[in-house]
Design a protein around this ligand. Structure first.
Ligand code: AKB
Length: 320
């Protein structure tokens, strides 16, 4: 396949990385996309893979030179719940990892960067609903603090060095192809697996804890779409608000019950519920829609049917 891009996905074993790299390979050709992570992927893979930490500048530089990388998707990060237990490591990975990549762009080794921020940049002083792009950002997790600092870094490198870095504030991402790890919104993936395997689930958030969420297919679509947009359309160089669905654990439980009638959920909120309590319930993404044409495709019932259909197939194949 003819492509002028050579793409490096850092964090290609992660929840989003696993799905993103496959989509990028199909779009740009397996020979043009390289994955990297701290460990070899568990499953057999068809793409080129390099073992590397984003904090290892020398190894990263070798990879960038070896494949003549043009675009980097930097997905390696400590998420909210894990970050609270590892404050220094979360700051180090989330900020110094980003700085390494921004500096490669400054040295003109790469051309374009995607780096995700999160709804965790908002905090208890932000309005709860329809949170606007420029509403107050006073995060109360180290994850949110590092994402907010990262947004400022991206904007600084764009203004000072003309670095083409693009970012969106991911809500909780839900999919069936990969598992999340270390986040507060992870329950919304776990609940499907437990519903199908055991018809019961113990939820670590309280039943009415509404959060902004998004189906993986929409998140991948947004990620590739912001990277493919002409530079002049990307007017915000901190990070774009992005929105799709909002629901509580109780609402997703009811939706799953339409497919699995005997499904039961016990609510046993832990410290992650306090993190979620500081986050918004819904996001306004007018700028993303206006500037680069973002539009989600999935609503709650469509997403739930799709996940259940695919997980049923996956688990029944395993039994054979
Ligand atoms: C988390 O729960 O930490 C993440 C996020 C909302 O960015 N999924």
């Amino acid at each position: 396949m003819l492509s002028h891009k050579k793409i490096l996905v850092i964090g290609s074993n992660g929840q989003i990385g696993t799905v993103l790299i496959k989509t990028l390979c199909e779009k740009y050709g397996y020979e043009n996309v390289i994955g990297s992570d701290l460990k070899h992927p568990d499953k057999q893979i068809k793409f080129i893979f390099e073992l590397c930490s984003v904090l290892d500048k020398d190894k990263l530089e070798q990879i960038i030179d070896k494949y003549k990388i043009t675009d980097v998707y930097l997905l390696a990060a400590y998420l909210s719940a894990k970050g609270e237990k590892n404050i220094n490591q979360a700051w180090d990975l989330n900020i110094n990892g980003l700085l390494n990549i921004l500096n490669f762009a400054k040295e003109e080794k790469i051309k374009k960067i995607f780096w995700p921020s999160s709804i965790a940049v908002f905090g208890p002083t932000t309005p709860k609903n329809d949170v606007k792009q420029y509403d107050k950002t006073e995060p109360v997790t180290i994850y949110g603090v590092s994402k907010l600092a990262g947004e400022a870094l991206c904007n600084y490198y764009y203004n000072k060095f003309d670095i083409d870095v693009r970012s969106i504030r991911y809500p909780g991402i839900i999919g069936w192809k990969s598992m999340p790890g270390g986040g507060t919104t992870d329950y919304a993936v776990d609940i499907f697996h437990e519903a199908i395997k055991k018809s019961k689930y113990s939820c670590f958030l309280s039943e009415n804890r509404i959060l902004p969420m998004m189906y993986m297919d929409d998140a991948i679509n947004a990620t590739i779409s912001i990277m493919d947009s002409p530079s002049e359309k990307i007017k915000i160089r901190t990070s774009y608000n992005l929105s799709s669905l909002s629901f509580s654990p109780k609402q997703i439980e009811s939706e799953i019950k339409k497919h699995i009638e005997n499904f039961e959920v016990k609510y046993e909120p832990d410290e992650r519920d306090n993190l979620a309590a500081g986050w918004p319930q819904s996001i306004n993404d007018d700028y993303a829609r206006k500037d680069w044409g973002w539009k989600p495709n999935y609503n709650l019932s469509h997403m739930v049917s799709d996940i259940i259909l695919n997980l049923n197939k996956k688990y029944s194949k395993k039994k054979v």
